[in-house]
Ligand binder design. Structure first.
Ligand SMILES: Cc1cc2nc3c(=O)[nH]c(=O)nc-3n(C[C@H](O)[C@H](O)[C@H](O)COP(=O)(O)OP(=O)(O)OC[C@H]3O[C@@H](n4cnc5c(N)ncnc54)[C@H](O)[C@@H]3O)c2cc1C
Length: 401
């Protein structure tokens, strides 16, 4: 394993850091105080600067107009961009669009690429991914009620979804719906591209998450599909391959989420140290002279370093041996890094006292946005079970799902 950062990558990361500090950090307070939608014109201007600098869509292959970075290289970029909740959006590598671009590149027909992928790549539109349903445990993605029935040349979709991140303002949804109810559990659902202006597509509301209703890209919606009719040519990949395609996007997606979380950790760590160095408890006595604060700083540093090495190892294993061989490492990082993220954020907030809960720093927004890290893309408990199952297999114990 060689985790050395090449001179080309060092230059790229430095250029991205510069844009982040100059163009993106100043917009954070504005989003916190005026909302995301009100800040869109300025975010759009920042996006144009990224395009002008030739840094647009780092994760996308060059033939599709991106930088063509490898998974490990994009992981490093993700760790820089993750320092701001706005970073990935400004570079057009934000979830869930990045995953949708990836599956459209891999499975889209030429027509689907023209209609859905090309405007996404240009940053002209956004998309969402609608799999989770309120009525079923999202931890078991093979258990869905949403059905897509064939009728003539169309699919007619009926169902109820929630937590469709960024559906507010999206142009289309990638919808997981059961097309083959009698098939084996992992081959029952398909992914179908549904423009949001299709009759029967109903945007119910943005959910209030951690007390924030959110808007536009920073939101999570409840949706209904009532006799929503789309042509069968909107099927992505093969019928019944919905689960397999969803799994594909999750491997690299988890590396990117974890690296993004490490970006948040670094920013929180920096703010914690800065506050410890500046805040006086009494004249001349700064917070950083207290052992308990020093302990938080030291432990956070060790946790972040350990987490980074684990993620790089998992990324290396995926690159060298494939996603299946790396499943234990992927599950380990998913719960471990999410835990580190919340620990570091909590200590950074505590170091700031009351200020840590306000929009004077990005810490409270990070916490509210990322408490879900232990839940989305598989809750901690499911990933721990995957790790334990593999470990115990060698000892003759079968861990059932
Ligand atoms: C911020 C955020 C963004 C999201 N974005 C999207 C999106 O864009 N599109 C989408 O389709 N979905 C999205 N989701 C939904 C997410 O995928 C689900 O919340 C997740 O899969 C868990 O499903 P659930 O909420 O139904 O919890 P449940 O499946 O009901 O699980 C509840 C709890 O039970 C425990 N648990 C579950 N399984 C086991 C087990 N096997 N053993 C022991 N304990 C267990 C866990 O603690 C878990 O938190 C998002 C969620 C969040 C929080």
């Amino acid at each position: 394993m060689d985790f050395a950062i090449t001179p080309k990558m060092q230059k790229l990361l430095a250029d991205i850091q510069q844009i982040l500090e100059k163009e993106i950090y100043p917009l954070e307070r504005e989003v916190g105080e005026n909302g995301y939608r009100a800040t869109l014109p300025k975010l759009k201007a920042a996006r144009q600067k990224v395009k002008d600098a030739g840094l647009w869509a780092p994760q996308i292959p060059k033939e599709y107009g991106g930088l063509g970075l490898t998974m490990m290289e994009h992981g490093m970029v993700s760790a820089v961009l993750g320092q701001s909740l706005l970073g990935h959006y400004v570079f057009n590598c934000q979830a869930p669009d990045a995953g949708n671009m990836e599956i459209l590149i891999e499975h889209g027909t030429p027509e689907q690429k023209k209609t859905f992928l090309e405007p996404l790549l240009r940053g002209d539109i956004r998309s969402c991914f609608a799999m989770t349903e309120p009525e079923h445990a999202g931890s078991n993605p093979t258990w869905l009620s949403t059905q897509a029935k064939k009728d003539g040349k169309d699919y007619v979709i009926n169902g109820h979804k929630w937590f469709a991140s960024s559906a507010d303002g999206a142009t289309f949804a990638v919808v997981m719906a059961v097309t083959n109810p009698d098939g084996p559990p992992h081959e029952r659902a398909s992914q179908i591209l549904v423009p949001v202006n299709t009759p029967g597509f109903k945007f119910i509301k943005n959910l209030s998450v951690m007390g924030h209703v959110g808007e536009d890209h920073h939101s999570h919606a409840e949706l209904r599909f009532d006799n929503c009719r789309v042509p069968q040519s909107n099927l992505l990949g093969k019928e019944g391959a919905g689960f397999a395609i969803a799994q594909e996007r999750l491997g690299a997606g988890r590396i990117h989420h974890c690296m993004r979380w490490l970006g948040i950790c670094e920013r929180a760590f920096h703010l914690m140290c800065k506050r410890a160095a500046e805040r006086e408890l009494a004249p001349g006595k700064v917070l950083g002279t207290r052992q308990i604060i020093q302990m938080w700083i030291a432990e956070s540093r060790a946790q972040i370093n350990a987490a980074r090495l684990m993620v790089l190892e998992a990324a290396w294993k995926i690159q060298e041996l494939g996603q299946r061989e790396a499943r234990v490492e992927i599950s380990c990082i998913k719960f471990f890094v999410a835990g580190v993220l919340l620990d570091v954020l909590d200590h950074a907030i505590q170091t700031h006292g009351g200020m840590g809960l306000t929009t004077e720093t990005p810490l409270a927004a990070f916490y509210a946005a990322e408490r879900g890290a232990r839940i989305y893309d598989g809750p901690d408990e499911v990933h721990k079970m995957v790790v334990a199952r593999q470990a115990l297999k060698k000892y003759g114990v079968q861990v059932a799902t």
